[in-house]
Design a protein around this ligand. Structure first.
Ligand code: AKG
Ligand code: FE2
Length: 338
């Protein structure tokens, strides 16, 4: 792991190394490719394997069964999304075809409330008591088989483990920027945490997921061993000239692949890079991945950090934004149909 492929090395952050080394690796990774592998994370491989196993079974189910996991009104952006039409994520500049993947999405109940209030303009934000109490992970299907019940507890436990990793990484990120360890905590009291199980079909010569950046703070991804994820070498180039390099698929679910999102790039005034990436599944094999999007509270007011003064400056080069407003604008721009 961590060797260069096609001349773009992806560093490995090992949480069992000394903090000094961790901070150095993190800073270096975030300010160059915006991607790093994470190991020493403590999420049991067996748990990850079981979550993947259940996902493979779920996506094999008949369409009628999968449709029972579809979101109803007020339940977006959760549940099952088939590969046809509902799942279009078109970047008109670079992507000719819709994304080719099925997804099953999970979040906590307060995410659903906050998302719908802010993005869809329906209902209110999670109430004060819900903010504290309702961290339940939502499953949309009315009834589950015994096997699915078992899978549910594995998926939920994986979600909690990755959520804790996200909070831990916030502390490291803050320190790597020379800030107090708790600097980001007030903006992550009830973070938007969205977990997508992805199923890329075994088709050829189509983008499973078109070139994009992720919107939030960090994305924590686990893939199977089928390659497909590619990272842009230099996103400042115009779209037709951009080159993409493969991100080596870690063996046996051993490493997370983590990347900086747009909000963190903005928060750090561009010091940390939210890089373009895509999935090109040309192996002729099915591919599965789990992406966990770790994003600030929907109503967090985020002022970019100017490191030249070491804190939030009086006159920001970038104005403060409310995270939910920023997200809404992003969705409107990409024309994502949910
Ligand atoms: O499946 C992958 O390897 C990456 C998926 C991804 O980039 C995304 O869903 O944002
Ligand atoms: Fe992504």
């Amino acid at each position: 792991m961590g060797d260069s492929n096609n001349s773009m090395p992806i560093p490995v952050l090992d949480l069992s190394e000394s903090e000094e080394v961790q901070l150095r690796v993190l800073r270096e990774a975030c300010s160059t490719t915006g991607f790093f592998y994470l190991t020493g994370h403590g999420v049991p491989r067996e748990l990850i394997r079981r979550v993947f196993g259940g996902a493979a079974k779920f996506f094999q189910c008949a369409a009628e069964r999968k449709d029972e996991f579809k979101a109803g009104p007020g339940e977006h952006p959760l549940g099952y999304q088939s590969a046809v039409l509902e799942n279009i994520k078109l970047d008109p500049e670079t992507q000719e075809h819709p994304d080719q993947r099925e997804q099953l999405k999970f979040a906590r109940r307060n995410y659903v409330r906050d998302y719908n209030a802010f993005i869809e303009g329906a209902g209110g934000l999670a109430s004060a008591s819900e903010r504290e109490d309702d961290r339940r992970i939502v499953w949309l299907a009315k009834a589950l088989t015994e096997e699915e019940e078992e899978w549910r507890s594995q998926v939920n436990s994986y979600f909690e483990r990755v959520s804790s990793l996200g909070h831990g990484l916030l502390k490291l990120l803050a320190k790597s920027l020379g800030l107090e360890e708790t600097h980001f905590s007030p903006f992550f009291k009830r973070p938007l945490e969205l977990m997508n199980l992805n199923y890329y079909h075994a088709q050829k010569a189509r983008l499973g997921c078109g070139s994009h950046t992720d919107y939030g703070m960090l994305t924590l991804l686990i893939t199977d061993e089928v390659p497909g994820l590619q990272v842009c070498k230099d996103k400042s180039k115009p779209a037709p000239e951009r080159e993409y390099v493969d991100v080596k698929a870690p063996p046996g679910h051993s490493h997370f692949v983590i990347n900086v999102g747009d909000m963190l790039e903005r928060w750090t005034c561009g010091e940390f890079v939210s890089n373009l990436h895509r999935v090109e599944n040309v192996t002729g094999k099915e591919r599965f991945s789990i992406a966990f999007f770790f994003e600030p509270d929907v109503d967090a007011l985020i002022s970019p950090i100017d490191r030249s003064s070491g804190s939030v400056p009086a006159s920001d080069p970038l104005p403060p934004v409310v995270y939910g407003d920023w997200l809404k604008e992003k969705y409107n721009k990409t024309g994502e149909v949910i």
